[in-house]
Each structure stands twice: as structure tokens, then as C-alpha cells.
Design a protein around this ligand. Sequence first.
Ligand SMILES: Cc1cc2nc3c(=O)[nH]c(=O)nc-3n(C[C@H](O)[C@H](O)[C@H](O)COP(=O)(O)OP(=O)(O)OC[C@H]3O[C@@H](n4cnc5c(N)ncnc54)[C@H](O)[C@@H]3O)c2cc1C
Ligand SMILES: NC(=O)c1ccc[n+]([C@@H]2O[C@H](COP(=O)([O-])OP(=O)(O)OC[C@H]3O[C@@H](n4cnc5c(N)ncnc54)[C@H](O)[C@@H]3O)[C@@H](O)[C@H]2O)c1
Length: 463
Amino acid sequence: MTDPNHYPLLILGSGEAGKYLSWTLSPHYSRVALIESSYLGGSCPNIACLPSKNIIHSASIIHEASSSNLLASQMKIDMQTIRQRKRDMVAGLQEVHRSRFAESKVEVIWGRGVFVGEKSIEVDTAEGKRLVTADKIVISTGSRARIEDIPGLKSAKPLTHIEIMELDIVPEHLIILGGGYISLEFAQAMRRFGARVSVVERNEGILKNEDGDVVVALKGVLEGEGVRFYTSAVVEEVSGIYGESVMMKGTISGKPFELEGSHILCATGRVPNTTGIGLEEAGIQLDPRGFINTDERLETSSSGVYAVGDCAGSPQFTHVAFDDFRIVKDALLGKSTIPNRKSGRQIPFTLFTVPEFAHIGLRQREAKVQGIEYRLAKLPMGAFLKTRTLGQTTGFAKALIGDEDEILGFTALGVGAGELLPVVQLCMKMNLKYTDIADLIITHPTLSEGLVYLFQKVPAKAS
Ligand SMILES: Cc1cc2nc3c(=O)[nH]c(=O)nc-3n(C[C@H](O)[C@H](O)[C@H](O)COP(=O)(O)OP(=O)(O)OC[C@H]3O[C@@H](n4cnc5c(N)ncnc54)[C@H](O)[C@@H]3O)c2cc1C
Ligand SMILES: NC(=O)c1ccc[n+]([C@@H]2O[C@H](COP(=O)([O-])OP(=O)(O)OC[C@H]3O[C@@H](n4cnc5c(N)ncnc54)[C@H](O)[C@@H]3O)[C@@H](O)[C@H]2O)c1
């Protein structure tokens, strides 16, 4: 008799890699179960990437219309309709996920799962506690917003990315703690809806890993739209409560500062969902920052238990979690010669401000630190002729070229910049030369066509 509480494969958390593993491996295992506490399909479709881009798009429509001089009178912003548009999209995505789970015959167990021993998890379901065991387990529990331990911050009830997307009003003055990805995307959108927006960042500048030319240009665009930046800031105390009045006190470059606003958004990074879920009991080791330790194939210190996505310390992007799925799928299908592994993979990303900022490979600042020689091609976005038709010529693209004419790195700050990455990525992955792109016939006028002009600008090798 089969034990109904034992599964050949069990997935904890339905994030990007977890859900794809369950759907894809279901035909290969006699039974697969997936435990999920709140968001079927994980953060991306419910509370992170896709809903935030939906809101950003609404903000862009408003910005385009109001800055085009095509409107006879001023628009009234209706945040309830903007939120409903986002909710409708999320509801549609949830339906897609429900159908996909039903079709795949994966058993979804609703409730929070906690390891109570090696390969055994207790789930707190609506019907009571249920103990399930498995031969193989994949942990895909993701991460959550970090709320800094600043006196008064927690009691001021700050917003995270979840609550800000549920607002039905435009905040009068939104103070954003942190100047990274989440901050900049929401700063611009909320400013475009009409909020006063102040970004408070502890580092000297925003986006600390990026090249100076990108940071200066992007900050300039956001400042031009009215976003205010307070960098080198140490926040010492917060008082008040959100929605009414909040006060932030601290120092900027050592001098006292005070900022009063109506709402605070915490965008100060993520903490992995790895505490309080019994990982120690299951022999699963964490690194000093709390992420699950894994080997190249994402297997944890407990044999047969894998970890994927944000909780495993993979770069925090949905597309990387998807690649984690590919790695673990191959491992679980017993493919012994696996080209896929977690180190040395391409990690492209796009920041969805307007203009977008997209990057892959080596940065100029990294090349300098590592003493890597390169030739630089750089072109203003206005030379990508399609941007002229859109009236969005802000930004630039640049490429770092190595000795063998290989592309070492590529950056674009401009309209649709994220869509330029794949052509360059493929060229890098296949070890092609930059001339392979420069010699392509690319449709005119598309944004990608600008890549031809960019790579034609690569300086000749020094003789
Ligand atoms: C506002 C925002 C915007 C973003 N935008 C982008 C973007 O544009 N592009 C991009 O690539 N990345 C973006 N990211 C990052 C991206 O969302 C994450 O890297 C990605 O969602 C991580 O996926 P995951 O599978 O690791 O975890 P998640 O998608 O968070 O999935 C984890 C799941 O596990 C469940 N869970 C957790 N603990 C338990 C438990 N004990 N028992 C049962 N279930 C549990 C959770 O409910 C959740 O459903 C954004 C993130 C945020 C916050
Ligand atoms: N477009 C995208 O792909 C996208 C969009 C949003 C989020 N994400 C992912 O989600 C991750 C998390 O985003 P995030 O913006 O929360 O983190 P982040 O790491 O991008 O930025 C956090 C910022 O907060 C600052 N900070 C931390 N503590 C502070 C304090 N006490 N006072 C002032 N500043 C402080 C940090 O210096 C940093 O600049 C990102 O790293 C990214 O991987 C991706």
C-alpha cells in the first residue's frame, strides 16, 4: 500500500523554479506535491515583477499623455482604477496558475511548511497539521522585504512593495528608504502619479554597483521629473504613523537632517525565507547571511534536498530562478553530464525605469578594478533612430570589447533597453565577435538596428 503522506518529489514554495519543477517533473514521478502558504505561482505574478510593471505602465501612460501637450485640461489620477487594472491582471495570472496545476496533476497542499526532520515537513493546513515525507525535496521559499532595525520604523507601519501596490490614493509625500531597484522603479511611478517623492540612500550614490555614467544619467532623469535624493544618509529614528505623518531623522554626510512625509516605503533589500522553517532539524546549512548553502547543482548539505531561487542566494531575478529550475530538473532527471551549473552563468537584468537600464557582462568600473583592457564603443540613444520616432532619445548604449573582438560587457540606458540584451547575450554566449552584430542587416527603424551603429563605432585595435 502506498503511504498517502509520502511523495517521491515534494516542493516547498511555489516560486518560479518550484512551480516549473513540479509541472515539468510531474510526468516523471508517480506523485508530486507542492506546499504553498500564500501566493500560488510565487511572488513574481502576485506581488512583485508583473504587478509592479503593470503599475509602472499606468504611470507611463499618464506621463506620456500629460507631457505631450495633447490634453486640453489636466488629468485626474484615479488610483482605484490603476489598482484595479493591476488586480485584474494578477487575477488572470492566478487563474492561469490554477489551471496549470490542475492539468499537471501536481497535488497542491495549502499551508505553511516546516521541516520537522530529514525529508519530513509538517504543514499547517486549514484542516489541521499534516506530516508529509519525501524521497527528494526542493526548497523554493523565496525572500521578503527587509525592514531595517531603526528605532520607530516598525511602529510607523512602513509600506513594502506589497502594500504600495494596494494603495487607493496617491501618497502626499512618499519617503523611500533605499535607492536600489525597488526604490527607483516605484519612485518614478509614484512621482508620475503626482506624489512628492524623496529617496533616502545610505551609500554615496544610488545603484552602487553601476558605472558612474549610468548613475548620473538615470538620477538626472528622475530628478528632472521631481524625485529628490538624499544620499550618504544615516537614518537614526522614525516617528509617526503611515497615512498621517511620518518623520525621519538622522544625518547626511554627518550633518543632521529631518524629513517629514505621509508614507514610508522600505526598499532596503531582501531577507531569505529560511528562518523558522526547521532547516537545522533537517541538516540543511545556511550561509552567514541566512541563504541556503548549495553546490553547483543546487543540492543542499542534505543529500536529495535542493534549494532554488532567492532563498538559495541566487541573484534575485525571476529569470535566474527559472535557470535554477533548469539546473535542478536535469539533476533530478539523473542527467550526469550537466552543462548547467550555478557559477559562471550570464546574469542579465533590466531596471524598469523610463528609460530602462539594461546590462550584461563586464562594467567599466569592474574592468578598472580587475585591470582588464578593453575598447569602448558608446553611442547616444538618439543615434538609435527609432528613438526619434518615439520622441524618447534620452540615454546611451555602450559596449566593452576585448582583444579577440569578443563582447565583454554591454549596457543600455534608453527606451526599450531591455529588449536589446538578447542579441548581444547570444553573441557573447556563442563566443562570436562584435563584428557579427555590426555586419547584420537589421530592420529599419527598430531599436535593435542601433546595435549595428554601436558596434560599428568600436575603435580599431592599437597596433
Ligand atoms: C517589487 C519587486 C519587483 C521585482 N521585479 C523584478 C523584475 O522586474 N524582474 C526580475 O527578474 N525580478 C524582479 N524581482 C525579483 C523577483 O521577484 C524574485 O527574484 C523572484 O520572484 C524570486 O522567486 P523565488 O521563486 O525565489 O521566490 P518567490 O517567488 O518569492 O516564491 C516563494 C514562494 O514560497 C512560498 N513560501 C515561503 N515560505 C513558505 C513555507 N514555509 N511554506 C509554504 N510556502 C512558503 C511563498 O508564499 C511564495 O509563494 C522583483 C522583486 C520585487 C519585490
Ligand atoms: N527590474 C528588476 O529586475 C527588479 C526590480 C525590483 C527588484 N528586483 C530585485 O529585488 C532585489 C531587492 O530590491 P531592493 O531595491 O529591495 O534592494 P537593492 O539591494 O536593489 O537596494 C537596496 C538599497 O537600499 C539601501 N539601504 C539598505 N539599508 C539602508 C538604510 N538603512 N538606509 C538607507 N538605505 C539603505 C542599500 O544601500 C541599497 O542601495 C533587487 O536586488 C533585485 O534583484 C529586481
